[in-house]
Design a binder for this molecule. Sequence first.
Ligand code: PLP
Length: 498
Amino acid sequence: MTIVYKSTRDEKNKVSASQAILQGLASDGGLYVPTEMPKLHLNFEELAKKSYQEVAKFILQAFLTDFTPEEINACVEGAYDEKFSDPTIAPVVKKGEDYFLELFHGPTFAFKDLALSILPYLMTTAAKKNQIENEIVILTATSGDTGKAAMAGFADVPGTRIIVFYPEKGVSWIQEKQMVTQTGENTHVVAVKGNFDDAQTAVKQMFNDQALKAALAENNQQFSSANSMNIGRLLPQIVYYVYAYAQLIEQGELNNGDVMNVSVPTGNFGNILAAYYAKQIGVPIDRLICASNTNNVLTDFFQTGEYNRQREFHLTSSPSMDILVSSNLERLIYHLTGDNAIQTKALMDALSIEGKYQITPAMSEQLTDFFADFATEAEVEQSISEVFAQTKYTMDPHTAVAKNVADKFAVATDTSNKMVIVSTASPYKFPRTVVESISGEKSKENDFELVQQLETLTGIALPNEVKELETLPVRHTQVVAVDAMQTAVEGILNLSTN
Ligand SMILES: *Cc1c(COP(=O)(O)O)cnc(C)c1O
């Protein structure tokens, strides 16, 4: 069975898996989606005995049908090795009644590592398969975690270059330090005077700028994306939902066939879309809990069928979810229309022109798999402090959003299904909120002092990679206005665009 990928905005734009990964974003502005789901026999009694790497090979082979088994093996083995501090890669930890799927044991301490440690391997393999000689320039907007994880993956990978844009005032101190100290001659980091949505929109425009594309080609270069707009980022995220269910069986917490719910702290809608795809291929997930912070555009969408990005933007303690235009929702919308590219394009055009769109009642009816709600800043702090008091478990603010909304779901639905809370970042990435929530006091200390307090409070060993951030040399200092992002790219790449 060959899985073909198709643009959400143009029925006729069909490519292989490797071409979809290379392009990142379709040239019509749409996103690539699988035209059908692979028909898999998920034998969870067997999968329960398998390692993360074995599950990853099985799932990725089913989706990436133009990759050979040898290629998939090499990609998986290169990605999921000792870079991860936990040999199981994505452990499931029971605390109280909840199961935390910990996705932060990778090199940059957030769940982005699960996909971005493998994407460079998939990308360079795809380039070879398609006889691409051009240098691949990864152009990426980050809300804080993608940027570092992508650079960690692509640094000094031959044949690639990476440019990361992050919102100047929109990331945590640790996140910023991680990025501006990044080594590797092929890495470039630029702060933007704007928010993540501004940066993501400008990046999407550069992808679709034909003159820019031609200038790159003249330089023997071409763009690709490390954002979750790239299907090569999304597919590796399906793996940990399969693995989590298998682990719950292995631990005796679930019987084969029992359903579980998953609560996913959501920003760009990538992680929860991976859960949706996992359900489509047969993982027994009952409800998908879409958990937002006060940038609750998705909560309103699921409750009313209207997506309206015209609203106040809030900087919160969970900055990686400070997003009003959730790119990957386009893929869900496309599926809700019955894979109708014309209808999807019309809705996305309305979003960019009018700032909103309304889905039809027939589309809304298909949303029963989802439950959506949001957590306020005070609720995030309260959840961190309560969970710590009750179980001594330390949640980062993103995970706390998922836990808070999972609790709201439990109250609203009276379910006895097991709840998996997707735990997306290490508390060490966001020490201020965590320390202040647990201690109940505002702190005047700087973030570096706070990470040491966090170690004392929680007993979780302070990772060396965080400790050394204070003294590592800063290598990237460029700051630009949103409308100067393209000029910055042209400068970095020495392009002549006239
Ligand atoms: C990126 C990120 C999210 C949001 O994930 P999406 O796939 O964008 O919905 C949540 N938590 C953390 C820590 C992140 O880095």
